[in-house]
Design a protein around this ligand. Structure first.
Ligand SMILES: NC(=O)c1ccc[n+]([C@@H]2O[C@H](COP(=O)([O-])OP(=O)(O)OC[C@H]3O[C@@H](n4cnc5c(N)ncnc54)[C@H](OP(=O)(O)O)[C@@H]3O)[C@@H](O)[C@H]2O)c1
Length: 287
């Protein structure tokens, strides 16, 4: 049985689908069990637990051969941000997995480092560094196409054109959530990958190029609107005390717009014998 923390999320539910399709029993760990049951259907076991609660996590893990962490605190309120969810919560999951003799698969981010301008990337890096023993795999993922296509489409629906945060000219790697899920499911079931950091990324595009592709595919005209870097900087500072998630998002968008990210491991898919990567056209067509 494999525990998927965050199994109702965009990545988590694809990981659950990949594992159940391969015949693996799955238990999903989330805060909102009702929403998870709605998303996943009645066949998947769901337990309500918050990864910030060490005891609740420990009681959800027994019997697992692997524990996957697909949670994050980027959009959490005060007290459930990256520090509490990605650093401490992942520590609880890793500890519970180790005590049960289970493999721990940590979903991290491309560019995770102690000195990253993104607090999420620093928290993920700390969680990676805290892993002990040998039964772990880190999957560092690029930005998901699906997440950003949704952001572009919802701003286009509201404003008539997609909203790009910042200048939008910095090339960054993207990947389909489906391709990340395939790597995560593999990491949870293949002991040959223990102790490895797998970097999953696909095409490199600027946000302006992504916005243009969304416009063309959706049959709309017009260049994207831009939220200036100054507005992101101000939001990142001023919104902090009242809307911590908005402030974090603004700081993250500013970091994406001003810092280069690594481009991942181009040989990974071949090395793991995975199917060809999902293209942006396929993502756009699968709305
Ligand atoms: N989206 C991207 O572009 C991207 C890029 C690179 C890496 N990643 C990583 O991929 C993973 C999945 O991201 P996603 O975009 O699929 O996330 P998502 O759709 O926002 O889903 C997050 C999941 O985590 C659960 N969760 C959140 N806080 C929790 C807590 N305190 N305790 C227990 N469960 C909690 C949520 O369910 P409840 O709310 O019910 O608890 C939900 O199932 C994360 O580790 C993220 O950092 C994402």
């Amino acid at each position: 049985m494999i525990v998927v923390a965050g199994g109702s999320g965009d990545l988590g539910r694809r990981v659950v689908a990949a594992l159940t399709a391969a015949g693996e029993p799955v238990r999903v760990l989330v805060r909102d069990a009702a929403r998870a049951r709605e998303v996943l259907g009645p066949e998947v076991e769901v337990v309500a637990a918050d990864v910030r609660d060490r005891e609740a996590v420990a009681s959800a893990i027994p019997g697992a051969t692997a524990v996957v962490s697909a949670v994050h605190g980027l959009l959490g309120g005060a007290g459930s941000g990256p520090d509490e969810v990605d650093r401490q919560g992942n520590g609880h999951l890793a500890e519970a997995a180790r005590q049960s003799g289970a493999t721990f698969v940590l979903v991290s981010v491309l560019g995770a480092s102690r000195t990253s301008p993104l607090e999420l990337s620093r928290a993920k890096y700390d969680a990676e560094q805290a892993l002990t023993g040998s039964r772990w795999v880190v999957v560092r993922a690029a930005a998901f196409f699906e997440t950003w296509v949704t952001v572009m489409r919802s701003s286009a629906a509201r404003l008539g054109r997609p909203l790009v945060m910042g200048v939008g000219e910095r090339p960054m790697p993207f990947v389909s959530v489906l391709d990340v899920a395939a790597v995560v499911a593999r990491a949870a079931t293949d002991s040959a990958l223990h102790g490895q950091v797998l970097e999953v990324a696909g095409p490199v595009l600027t946000m302006n190029e992504l916005a243009a592709a969304v416009q063309v595919h959706d049959g709309r005209a017009g260049r994207p609107l831009h939220l200036p870097r100054g507005a992101l900087r101000l939001t990142g500072v001023l919104a902090g005390p009242v809307q911590p998630a908005a402030a974090r998002m603004a700081r993250a968008a500013l970091a994406f717009d001003t810092h280069d990210l690594p481009h991942g491991d181009p040989g990974l898919r071949d090395r793991l014998g995975l199917a060809p990567a999902t293209t942006l056209d396929e993502v756009l067509a699968a709305r």
